[in-house]
Design a protein around this ligand. Structure first.
Ligand SMILES: [Zn+2]
Length: 370
């Protein structure tokens, strides 16, 4: 099967990460508003952002996926007893045969990519670390992958929706399926094998998704997160967010629209004009500027939508969350220039990815998935 998720979906999801997430600055940071935001130890290890299911339909297990991708069913979920004793630690997702593409469920950092071996029953498997919006850390695990199907390496940043492998039956598997886990770490030092097992279906279902229509409350939260990454200073309530944005000149004080009201393309273009004026910059997505420009070409027929706001304002329909993220990401600072910039006193120095500093990558597997 030659199945790939819709390219724009993958990129949209990835771009949603640094912006749509409820941002949090590194501990101790007192970052003033409207400055370029750095995220964590690795400047590009951004928020996990919008999530999706790794196989089949991105949002509905049981429905056929994009471009004829087959429907998947849950053969077994967490907590159910295993044949060999113990409890099952993930969801077994199957469409009845192997070879289908497995996608990264969220933006993250590959901390393990085992292309060979039994690996405690996981067989060929990939583990991705994800930064949660509240500062926490989760791991997603993709096991029983097909031979020679792994497409990512340890230390690599991946985007939500990015193909990482194919469904197989390596390790302890009696049929071809994806064993998918989500584990919540207690801290940055907890290795994935020890982290608390969550119900991965429930977890993904409860995360943000990029294909929803944008209402004003969501848009305001996105702008606020883009404008101010420090959670300490970040109001939880929508009205507080609105007032913050008014105070920073991002939205007009006369804006009395309801938070639940949908945003039009005209509204979005107008706000983007103001954002440019106040000089807002957002965190870089896990993509190069060239890739972002290519995405904008596909989505908006221009490489820099913020430089063509009139056509944007004239678009029909309402913007989706993911589309708004793409436009907002046009305000991201140049990654290359950011790399060369001398870190300020509150910006973390450039360090190796956290895989070497706490997000554990090298432990032996001791669980036994089916
Ligand atoms: Zn399993």
């Amino acid at each position: 099967m030659q199945l790939r998720p819709a390219c724009s979906l993958a990129v949209i999801l990835a771009l949603a990460a640094p912006i749509a997430a409820r941002g949090q600055a590194p501990a101790g940071s007192q970052r003033p508003a409207l400055l370029p935001a750095w995220v964590g130890d690795h400047p590009r290890f951004g928020w996990s952002g919008a999530w999706l299911f790794p196989v089949g339909d991105p949002y509905e297990i049981g429905s056929p996926g994009p471009k004829g991708s087959p429907a998947y069913r849950i053969n077994r979920c967490i907590g159910e007893p295993e044949d060999g004793g113990g409890r099952h630690t993930g969801a077994d997702l199957s469409c009845g045969y192997g070879g289908d593409v497995v996608r990264a469920a969220g933006n993250g950092l590959v901390v393990r990519a085992e292309a060979h071996g039994w690996n405690g029953g996981y067989g060929r498997h990939i583990v991705i670390a994800h930064r949660l919006v509240d500062g926490g850390l989760v791991y997603s695990v993709y096991a029983h992958l097909a031979d020679q199907s792994l497409r990512v390496k340890k230390g690599q940043l991946v985007a939500a929706g990015q193909p990482i492998g194919r469904v197989g039956r390596s390790g302890r598997a009696t049929s071809e399926h994806l064993h998918f886990e989500v584990r919540l770490a207690e801290g940055r030092d907890e290795p994935w094998q020890d982290a608390e097992v969550l119900d991965p279906i429930t977890f993904v279902s409860e995360q943000d998704r990029a294909d929803t229509t944008l209402d004003r409350a969501t848009w305001w939260h996105m702008l606020a997160r883009a404008a101010r990454q420090s959670r300490d200073e970040f109001p939880d309530e929508t009205e507080g967010v609105r007032q913050m944005l008014i105070g920073e000149g991002v939205i007009e004080a006369t804006d009395t629209t309801s938070a639940a009201q949908c945003l039009s393309w005209g509204d979005l273009a107008q706000d983007m004009r103001r954002l440019k004026k106040v000089g807002l910059m957002v965190a870089r997505p896990p993509f190069s500027p060239a890739e972002h420009r290519a995405l904008c070409e596909r989505e908006f027929a221009v490489p820099r939508p913020t430089q063509a706001l009139d056509p944007l304002a004239g678009r029909k329909g309402a913007p989706l969350v993911g589309q708004a993220c793409i436009v907002l990401a046009d305000l991201a600072g140049s990654w290359e220039s950011a790399k060369k910039a001398k870190p300020g006193p509150t910006e973390p120095a450039h360090q190796p990815p956290p895989a070497t500093r706490g997000v554990q990558a090298g432990r032996e597997v001791d669980a036994s998935p089916h």
